[in-house]
Ligand binder design. Structure first.
Ligand code: GCU
Length: 329
């Protein structure tokens, strides 16, 4: 009698523990290894963030999901890795929304010049209702946006002259990321836009294929573009977010529990990168100032005025989202 009771108790304990283990999702024994690509060098805020992301994913999933990070565009340019993501041939990639717009056209809204009023507005939009609505569109392109990533404000740099007023841009060959809105913006300023992959910009500047480009101070510094440019002019015409995208094929291989852990690690990574950004931005401006003449443009009214008609003309294309973004506090 006593023996039977013991068997019952032991069986019950076994059932309960199996259930608990299952609920925690730790029954998945197979280790999933994912490749993450970035076109950044190892030391940018985003790149440091992805190393942190890999560690956190491993910790949170107790080693069930391992992320291998590939830097310096070794797996391809942002455009190419997004194609691989869409085809399910790569798991995760960093990209700019300007690149993503070739797959999800609404993402080009973030290239609209002077769309955001400041950093606070930028984050309130991305982390609010409008940001999640726009993020959801990328699932139509077989990918999922894991997290929005800080990428600062973009300004012009070139080898010809400092830009102090919009007219100074006339006739300059400027490299852009190749989104339609970026191209239209350069044309509106009277510059001549050229699309070049990020990794090719240094040599394009060096050989004179382009006169200049535009980017945030950290990218100029880490890619050493200051070595091949003379002026950095802080007109801050665009705040284009970066994104971390996962292929839906890879996403769907994860259990619900693993998906939750990936999202948790992504949120933590967003904070990590934003903090790192705040640390590095001033440092990069100091670094590049030894090679390049920096001019600030405290009053941007003239620049904003030149692109206002473009902004107005894009309103219909973005289905009211420009106004929705502007309305966010
Ligand atoms: C920044 C941005 C990248 C982008 C690059 C570019 O570095 O973070 O995502 O690819 O600019 O201008 O191509």
């Amino acid at each position: 009698m006593k023996g039977k009771r013991i068997i019952w108790v032991v069986s019950l304990l076994c059932i309960v523990s199996v259930f608990c283990v299952y609920a925690e999702g730790t029954t998945d024994t197979e280790v999933i290894t994912m490749r993450l690509s970035t076109n950044h060098t190892e030391q940018t805020p985003a790149a440091l963030g992805y190393a942190y992301f890999a560690d956190r994913v491993s910790e949170l999933t107790q080693g069930q999901v391992e992320i291998e990070v590939y830097y310096n565009a070794v797996l391809g340019s942002a455009r190419e890795t997004l194609e691989q993501i869409q085809a399910g041939a790569l798991d995760i990639t960093h990209a700019s929304t300007a690149h993503l717009s070739a797959f999800t056209p609404i993402m080009d809204i973030f290239s609209v010049p002077y769309l955001f009023r400041n950093n606070e507005h930028f984050w309130n939009v991305l982390e609010g209702k409008v940001g999640s609505e726009i993020a959801a569109y990328s699932e139509e392109a077989e990918m999922k946006l894991l997290v929005w990533v800080a990428a600062g404000s973009r300004s012009f740099y070139n080898k010809v002259r400092p830009i102090t007023k919009p007219e100074d841009l006339k006739g300059l060959k400027i490299r852009v990321m190749g989104s339609p809105v970026m191209i239209q913006t350069m044309e509106t300023f009277g510059a001549s836009p050229t699309t070049t992959a990020f990794a090719e910009v240094y040599s394009a500047l060096q050989t004179g294929v382009i006169d200049g480009a535009e980017n945030n101070p950290i990218s100029v510094d880490k890619m050493k573009h200051d070595e091949v440019s003379d002026y950095y002019s802080m007109d801050e015409h665009m705040m284009i977010p970066d994104v971390l995208m996962i292929s839906l094929t890879s996403w769907n291989k994860l259990s619900d529990n693993q998906q939750k852990k990936l999202l948790k690690a992504s949120d933590e990574t967003q904070i990590f990168i934003a903090e790192e950004w705040a640390k590095q931005e001033k440092e990069s401006l100091d670094n590049i100032s030894s090679n390049i003449i920096i001019n600030e443009i405290p009053d941007k009214t003239a620049f904003i005025a030149v692109v206002k008609p473009l902004q107005d003309s894009l309103s219909a294309q973005f289905d009211g989202y420009i106004e929705k973004i502007q309305a966010v506090k």
